[in-house]
Every structure is written in structure tokens, then in C-alpha cells.
Design a protein around this ligand. Structure first.
Ligand SMILES: Cc1ncc(COP(=O)(O)O)c(C=O)c1O
Length: 368
């Protein structure tokens, strides 16, 4: 048996008892009129969460499968793509783009600093033939939120296709796919949406489809070719709306999580997360653990702090797991042993959980 931990990591997150219960519901097949109605209702709520009039699919897999599908479907081998690099997951976007034979033009910011729309403008001046851009919204490795709403209009002005990785932000940070000029967007079930891992929501706007439909032949592969998903949604839409056997229990669980989000209200939920973030931040400062970002760059769902000089963050992380059964994270990449990261992106996280993490960190301090 695996032990149970309080998950205060940036995903996967703890889910509500109602969401969890759906994972043990009797197996339902992924076709037929009842399923199709249920599936389409789930997609309609996701459309609202993405804030898009575009098409939404639920791919079975983790967030990466949706990112892979967006880039692989909308870009042709040999095309140039501007990729925002200011953390571990920006590097991942670059690796995915390169795996499809795209020429990556890096648009770089220091880890811990947001990307800048001005730099994307400059990159377009230097590379007017760039076909589009890909950027991470919440860079989970550093807790930095990139200014998608400023970068999107720059990409649109140059006629580019804009792909956004909203894996760790959708449902927890204000998001407006259409207003922010995003053409293709990838997310994941196991973070701010408050459901178990296993599903990757993907959204495609009309310009995203135009770019996909330029392809004379099929895209790379089959599972990630978004035209395959569209074909089944339209041609078999009245009885079997997906190309594959769906993870129906996961979709049931996500459906309940989305209804809970609707019931609470997105604005109310974001406000609740923001208050938790402020509580955690103040508590960390009181303990002498300096937050990684200034208050102006604070985000509502994930907080990082420097660990004291000479203490590897993995020691703190292990102490909390062993002594308090709380999982938090170290940093990533070059910051791995220098930061702790505390996720508060689950709908079930409460003030008491934040206080529990702070108490455990205090106990670590006392044990040194
Ligand atoms: C911003 C971001 N992008 C992509 C990923 C990869 O997502 P997944 O592990 O669901 O494939 C993560 C995972 O933490 C992430 O935080």
C-alpha cells in the first residue's frame, strides 16, 4: 500500500470526496447517447473555463499530450516558432517543437522573471517568417506567470499562431483564451481543475484550425493529430465522439470538479486562492523564508521561497513528508536545492492546511 500524504505540491492535487467517488463508479462505455450528452456537457463547461468559442476536446493522457498535439498539428516541419524560455516547462516546449523538426527561435528571460511582449516583438522583427509562438502561462518551475495577454496581441499582429501551455494555471488563474489571442491551448486535469491525473483538455480557436488545415497531408502521428479528434467529434458525434476509448471514470470525476467550480464561481475561487497565497506568503516571511518573487509577481496557486543558506531544500521537503505527512516540492533545474515550492491549487485546500505547512516548516527550523 502507498502512504497517504497531504498534497501541497503543484499537482497532482488532492481532490474533493465527491470527485474521488466518481473514480469508483461503475464503468460506463465511451459511446451511446447518454455518454455523448454527458461528454458534450463536460466540454461545454471547459469552454467556459478556457473562455473560448473554439473547439474543446479531452485527450486521455497528461498535459504534455495536449501540448504535443497543439504544436504537432498546427506547425509544419521546418517552420520557425518563437518559444518563451524562462523555466523548466519553457524548455519542454522547445524540446517538443524540436521533436517535430521546427526551428526554435528562443525568446529568453532569466528564471524568476516574466517573459516580455517587447522581446517577442523584437524576435518577430528579426524573424518575420516565424509561423507563431509558444509560451507557458504559469511557469511551474519558478511560479512566474507570463503576460500572455500582452504577448498574444503581438503574435496576432504578425499573423502568427499562438500556442499556450495552461497546464498549471487553467481554473486557478484568470484566463481568457479568445480575448488574449490564443489559438491553441493545452491544460491538464490534475492541477487547478481539481480532478485526478489522466486527462488533457485542449482548445482550438478558428485560426488554430486554419493553421492545422493548411497541412496537405496528415500531421505527425495519429493520436495527436487534432483533425482526427475533429473527425470523430463531427462524423461520429451522435454516438461515439472521440477516436479512442475514453477514461470515462476520469471524465466523470472532472465533470463533478467542473460543476463544483461553476457552483463556487470562477471569480470567487480565484479570490479564495489569492487569500490563501497571501496567508502563506506572510507566514513564510515571518519564518524568515524569503518568497522567491516580489509581491507584484505573486500568483494565487503556487508559492516558492528561498531556503536558508547551506540547507538543501530536499531536506526540508523530506522532513515535512516524514514528520508531518505533507508533500511540498523542491525547486527545479538549477534552483532545485535552493527553493521550496508549495502548491495551493486544489479546491480543497483551506487556511488550516496553509497553517499546517507553516507549523511544519517552523518545526524544521527548530530541529536544525
Ligand atoms: C506548466 C507545465 N507544463 C507542462 C507540464 C507537464 O504536464 P504533465 O505532467 O501533465 O504532462 C507541467 C507539469 O507539471 C507544467 O506544470
Amino acid at each position: 500500500m502507498l502512504p497517504t500524504y497531504k498534497l501541497m505540491i503543484p499537482g497532482p492535487v488532492e481532490v474533493s470526496p465527491e470527485v474521488l467517488a466518481e473514480m469508483s463508479a461503475p464503468i460506463f462505455p465511451h459511446y451511446g447517447p447518454e455518454w455523448t450528452r454527458f461528454y458534450n456537457e463536460t466540454l461545454a463547461i471547459l469552454q467556459e473555463v478556457f473562455q473560448t468559442q473554439g473547439t474543446v476536446f479531452l485527450m486521455v493522457g497528461s498535459g504534455t499530450v495536449a501540448i504535443d498535439a497543439c504544436i504537432g498539428s498546427a506547425f509544419l516541419t521546418g517552420e520557425k516558432i518563437l518559444v518563451g524560455l524562462n523555466g523548466f516547462f519553457g524548455d519542454r516546449l522547445k524540446a517538443i517543437a524540436e521533436s517535430y523538426g521546427l526551428e526554435v527561435v528562443p525568446v529568453v528571460a532569466e528564471w524568476g522573471k516574466p517573459l516580455s511582449a517587447t522581446d517577442f516583438e523584437a524576435a518577430y522583427q528579426a524573424h518575420p517568417d516565424a509561423r507563431g509562438a509558444a509560451v507557458v502561462h504559469l511557469e511551474t518551475s519558478t511560479t512566474i506567470v507570463n503576460p500572455i495577454e500582452e504577448i498574444g496581441p503581438v503574435v496576432r499582429k504578425h499573423g502568427g499562431i499562438f500556442v499556450v501551455d495552461a497546464v498549471s494555471s487553467l481554473g486557478g488563474i484568470s484566463f481568457h483564451m479568445d480575448d488574449w489571442c490564443i489559438d491553441l491551448c493545452a491544460a491538464a486535469s490534475q492541477k487547478c481543475l481539481g480532478a485526478p491525473p489522466g486527462l488533457a483538455p485542449v482548445a482550438i480557436g478558428s485560426r488554430g484550425w486554419e493553421s492545422i488545415d493548411r497541412q496537405p497531408m496528415k500531421a505527425h502521428g495519429w493520436y495527436g493529430d487534432l483533425r482526427v479528434w475533429r473527425w470523430f467529434a463531427t462524423e461520429w458525434g451522435d454516438w461515439h465522439p472521440s477516436p479512442i476509448t475514453m477514461a470515462t471514470n476520469n471524465i466523470r470525476a472532472l465533470n463533478v470538479a467542473l460543476h463544483q467550480l461553476q457552483k463556487e464561481g470562477i471569480a470567487q475561487r480565484l479570490d479564495r486562492y489569492r487569500k490563501l497565497a497571501i496567508r502563506l506568503r506572510h507566514g513564510l516571511i515571518e519564518l524568515g523564508l524569503e518568497p522567491f518573487t516580489p509581491e507584484s509577481l505573486m500568483n494565487p496557486v503556487l508559492t516558492a521561497a528561498w531556503v536558508p543558506e547551506g540547507i538543501p531544500s530536499s531536506r526540508m521537503v523530506n522532513f515535512l513528508a516524514d514528520e508531518y505527512q505533507i508533500k511540498i516540492s523542491t525547486g527545479l533545474g538549477a534552483l532545485k536545492e535552493r527553493l521550496i515550492r508549495v502548491g495551493h491549487m486544489s479546491p480543497v485546500v483551506e487556511e488550516a492546511d496553509i497553517d499546517h505547512v507553516l507549523d511544519a516548516l517552523k518545526a524544521f527550523h527548530a530541529s536544525k
